[in-house]
Design a protein around this ligand. Structure first.
Ligand code: NVA
Length: 314
């Protein structure tokens, strides 16, 4: 069976631990595994803007011994110029894996169903699972190991209906974290994702809390995360979105409710003075630069895992 990573719960808790351990190993030695030596190509496709994801995947694929084949989604126009299924058949005959940032989760699912090679979600409207693998790796390193994640509390405040909130729910529950999501009414996570995360948490010893109270979300948390209030593709909603999110701004006062020395996460790009203040993101509790570096290590670990498992099943 070909293994894909379309959403955070495509891996079991044990598999997630394996990927996180490997991410920490890649941080110590960038060449500890080279599963793409040959080199084998990986297509990396972007239908939305990118910086970290493009740099970390292309660098990571090269470090795994492979060739990163960057595809500009605006030229390829997958799903418009030609069907997803035709593109899937063509790519599947040429590359060893496909990394795709696009809008609809269903497009990614269609690609995965047809192409015959591992497909990785490099961000959709619904999930950003590679980012949260990087976040969990960062927390694990700062807390002294992957086995220190379970039982800790991770709070996320801001746009609770976006891809980051959904990925924190699923990936955090998989890691056995107590996940608290705080966002204003009208910007709450999808019910089916909350249910799925709660089911996972029941098995891992974690828990899931969704609230409209920023202080309740953050109080006592071991890590606090936020994200832009205006995700890619929602730019025209900028005005209407500014006001309801103001109580969820991660500033020093809100952070002071968290546990002493709570770690601060932000997937970037960050808008200082909007969802987070400069004092917090540039302050001593922020681990955002480690988090950005861990995109590289976590994605290398993920690709290694998917290629290993898919080859073993072939
Ligand atoms: N929620 C943000 C994440 C950016 C990495 C977006 O989708 O634009």
């Amino acid at each position: 069976m070909i293994r894909h990573f379309l959403r955070d719960d495509d891996v079991t808790p044990a598999e997630q631990r394996e990927i996180l351990e490997l991410a920490l190993a890649f941080r110590r030695d960038r060449h500890v595994r080279t599963p793409l030596a040959g080199p084998r190509s990986v297509a990396v496709i972007f239908d939305k803007p990118t910086l970290r994801t493009q740099v970390s995947f292309t660098t990571g694929i090269a470090e795994l011994g492979g060739y990163p084949l960057l595809v500009d989604g605006n030229l390829a126009k997958i799903g418009a110029r030609e069907s997803i299924s035709d593109v899937a058949k063509v790519l599947g005959r040429q590359v060893s894996a496909i990394v795709w940032r696009t809008f609809h989760q269903s497009a990614l699912e269609e690609m995965a169903a047809i192409c015959g090679v591992p497909v990785v979600n490099a961000l959709t409207d619904d999930f950003h699972p590679c980012q949260v693998l990087a976040d969990l790796s960062t927390l694990a390193e700062h807390w002294g190991g992957v086995d220190r994640l379970a039982g800790k509390t991770l709070a996320y405040v801001g746009d609770a209906a976006n891809n980051m909130a959904h990925s924190y729910l699923l990936a955090g529950a998989t890691a056995g974290l107590h996940v608290r999501i705080g966002g204003p009414g009208g910007y709450q996570p999808a019910g089916d994702i909350v249910k799925a995360a709660s089911r996972i948490a029941a098995a891992t010893g974690g828990s899931v809390t969704v609230t409209e109270d920023a202080v309740a979300a953050v109080t006592g948390a071991d890590a606090v995360a936020t994200d832009t209030w205006v995700s890619m593709g929602r730019e025209e909603e900028y005005e209407q979105r500014s006001r309801p999110f103001i109580p969820f701004r991660l500033d020093a006062a809100l952070l002071s409710k968290a546990a002493p020395n709570a770690l601060v996460l932000h997937c970037l790009p960050a808008y200082r003075g909007q969802e987070i203040t400069a004092e917090v993101i540039d302050g001593p509790q922020s681990v955002v630069w480690d988090e950005a570096e861990y995109r590289l290590h976590a994605q290398k670990a993920l690709l290694t895992f998917l290629l290993d498992r898919s080859a073993a099943a072939a």
